[in-house]
Design a protein around this ligand. Structure first.
Ligand SMILES: [Zn+2]
Length: 384
């Protein structure tokens, strides 16, 4: 990386941090804590040999729909009417992959596992499932259906994507547990650890950004001059927890430079895309370069799935389904005009209203306990 590229990277990060003030103020205020949480959780999961467990059971689209209906009726009957209308209204589409040319997955959408998604396509709501022909399809359908309950066309939900992702992942995991516990589906027949495998990947990716992000947060700029190879812990001595988790990274300038390079080229590519899109006048719903860089940057993408999954595993043992439905009601009733921005955008405040205190580090510990319980209950492979 040249000096000029470092300079540019700092400019990009400055823009991203500015945009975070709005929707991701919680992340902004807690970057270093989040970096530690992601490291800790990834170390815990690396104790287990988590493999894809799935069986082709050749479920038809109607069987997937009927199982989904049963789950909605049991878990969230308030949405049953909406669910029942999915087929007649044509919202539910199992023909993944045949969207028209103007389909832009980076717009007004929630893009989920392997391309399955809920979005507005030609102004109409659409749930599209990239089918596996097994029970995973039922869980994916529940996930995307929950997105539909709190995503309005052309209207940004002020609660932000992280809370919405949490709600969808929560119901997806509840659906999975329902299939195993109430319908007697063998864990080996269902991809019961899909989310754990998926956050492991997100955490591996995020851990490449955590070093430059923490550096920017602590020193106000990203630069190799902060790497002291002879005494790697020196720069982080005042933040003992962070120095423990970032120690291996801080001991190598080469690693730092590689991570910065990846981040720089990603953000540079996004800037070019943005310039191209604005000249095509194709970007009316994107306010600024600052928001564009943040919304499309890999680290914020990984962050929302990691936090959504950590919260889900906490909630399956410590919250009631009613609490999560209440949270969905709260975010649906919020408006962007609300003057109290801290409440509007603060995930911590929103979660407090259903009894989850994010300032309490036990949330992470209890979430990891809950992940361990699930793994030990359903895993057929032994602990490493
Ligand atoms: Zn989602």
């Amino acid at each position: 990386m040249t000096e000029e590229q470092y300079h540019k990277l700092n400019d990009y990060l400055n823009l991203c941090f500015q945009a975070m003030e709005e929707e991701h103020s919680f992340f902004l205020r807690n970057i270093n804590k989040f970096v530690i949480a992601s490291e800790k959780c990834s170390i815990m999961l690396s104790d287990y040999d988590i493999q894809e467990e799935n069986a082709e059971v050749h479920l038809t689209a109607l069987e997937v729909f009927a199982l989904g209906r049963e789950i909605v009726e049991k878990l969230c009957p308030c949405y049953l009417q909406k669910y029942n209308s999915l087929l007649d209204s044509g919202v539910l589409d199992f023909s993944y992959g045949i969207q028209s040319e103007d389909y832009n997955p980076k717009k007004l959408y929630t893009y989920d596992y392997d391309g399955s998604h809920f979005c507005y396509h030609n102004f109409e709501p659409e749930i599209n499932i990239n089918r596996r022909y097994n029970y995973e399809d039922v869980c994916t359908l529940i996930h995307e259906f929950l997105h539909m309950t709190n995503t309005k066309r052309n209207k940004k939900n002020p609660a932000g994507r992280v809370v919405k992702e949490f709600i969808s992942i929560y119901f997806e995991i509840k659906a999975l547990l329902y299939l195993i516990e109430k319908k007697g589906i063998e864990p080996s027949q269902i991809f019961w650890n899909m989310r754990l495998l998926s956050i492991k990947r997100h955490m591996n990716d995020f851990n490449h950004y955590s070093f430059p992000l923490a550096c920017y947060e602590i020193f106000g700029e990203v630069h190799p001059k902060y790497i002291n190879e002879t005494n790697p812990k020196a720069n982080l001595e005042h933040i003992p927890d962070l120095s423990t988790y970032l120690y291996p990274y801080y001991s190598s300038k080469e690693r730092f430079e590689n991570d910065c390079k990846d981040m720089f080229f990603n953000l540079e590519r996004l800037e070019q895309q943005y310039q191209q899109n604005t000249s095509d006048k194709n970007i009316s719903n994107i306010a600024s370069l600052s928001n564009y860089l943040l919304e499309n940057s890999d680290f914020i993408y990984d962050y929302q799935y990691i936090l959504g999954t950590i919260l889900t595993y906490y909630a399956i043992e410590h919250c009631k389904v009613q609490d999560i439905l209440r949270l969905n009601d709260i975010i649906n009733n919020m408006t962007v005009d609300t003057t109290d921005n801290e409440f509007v955008y603060g995930i911590d405040n929103l979660l407090c209203s259903i009894g989850i205190d994010l300032s309490d580090l036990n949330v992470l510990e209890e979430s990891m306990d809950s992940m361990r319980h699930v793994i030990e209950k359903y895993s057929t492979s032994k602990r490493k």
